[in-house]
Design a protein around this ligand. Sequence first.
Ligand SMILES: Cc1cc2nc3c(=O)[nH]c(=O)nc-3n(C[C@H](O)[C@H](O)[C@H](O)COP(=O)(O)OP(=O)(O)OC[C@H]3O[C@@H](n4cnc5c(N)ncnc54)[C@H](O)[C@@H]3O)c2cc1C
Length: 380
Amino acid sequence: MEFGWSDEDATFRNDLRSFIASELDGGWEGAVRHLGSPENVAYSITFNARLAERGWLTPHWPAEHGGGKSTPWQHIIMGEELWSIGEPRGPQYMNINWIGPSIMAHGTPEQKALHLPLIAAGRVIWCQGFSEPDAGSDLASLRTRAERDGDEYVVNGQKVWTSYASVADYCYLLVRTNPLAERHLGISVLLVPTSTPGLKITDVGSMVGEHAFHELFFDDMRVPVSCRLGAEDEGWAVVREALSYERVGAPRYARAAFQLDAAMCWARDSGIKLSEATIERVGQAYASCAAARLLAYRVMDERSKGLPPGPSGNIARAAMVNADRLVGQCVLELQGPEAMRSGAIADEQFRKSLAAGIAAGSYETQMNLIARLRLNLPKG
Ligand SMILES: Cc1cc2nc3c(=O)[nH]c(=O)nc-3n(C[C@H](O)[C@H](O)[C@H](O)COP(=O)(O)OP(=O)(O)OC[C@H]3O[C@@H](n4cnc5c(N)ncnc54)[C@H](O)[C@@H]3O)c2cc1C
């Protein structure tokens, strides 16, 4: 693995930073920064259109789908720079990182023609309907049923914790098409407009933030068979591939390091004298961000060499959670009573770090996979 940045990549990062600084000037504040709020979504549409104009929204995609203007490393540079400031692409980071690539890999020509240009232009919001009340870490136990009726599926069931559903145009929905098959085999993926009759979306309040979570209720929702992504009953392989991109698609270490920088500046400006023990913990937190970053780079290195997704993605994700949590603890300690103020750096980081080990596959699930796939330990 080569650790240095090429001149081309370093120039790209500098150009991107200048662009971000001028684009976000003044507008990237308050409710606009709350991922999934109506203000955030409206902002993301404008910001992403500007990125798209420069070929920077989906630069890692193949040229035939509106990309092709970057090295695979520029994809991660983009993620780092944007996540470090709170992800102004809004919910669309999901489309760009894994929903679009999943459609590219498994979609019909019609699905590609419909969805990929919209994603590449930054004009569409997706949500992902995976988790159910009894299917979270054990996703393969999902029960939302899609029964075939001629050219349509009739969907009944429920999803939960669906981020951005209230503002999404489409849902990347996991359903059970064959309840008799072995549980990993009877699953399919449907690409469903959220305006489809029979789908009800309700808010779920949470500590993560307003508009963060939703429940989806399906009551005889009819979806054309042409909306199925990949073969019937073979959706598990499709979704596993998408999830492997999800694990490193959001470089949380960049955001955590940014928050730690901000808290250190706050401590300096507030005239706070740090104890030896606090300084040591700050050092450990920075080191954990650096470790997570290198482990994410290893995944990118494998991907750029065309290797199939492996346990490196789980290791990188576990390291990102560790970094997020350590920084969460550290900024709490740095800010002390100031952390009680809603919107304080520590308040925001601590709440985000609690959720980090749950979203996109829980920390414990990652550890189980690492034990089995990398350490060859028996399944517990
Ligand atoms: C910020 C955020 C955003 C999310 N967005 C979405 C979304 O857009 N779409 C969506 O579908 N879902 C979403 N989720 C849901 C998320 O995917 C699930 O919460 C997650 O998969 C865990 O499932 P669960 O909540 O049912 O917990 P459970 O699976 O019930 O787990 C509870 C606890 O038990 C542990 N555990 C479970 N099984 C094992 C095991 N075998 N060994 C050891 N420990 C175990 C888990 O690690 C966890 O700590 C989101 C969650 C968060 C926090």
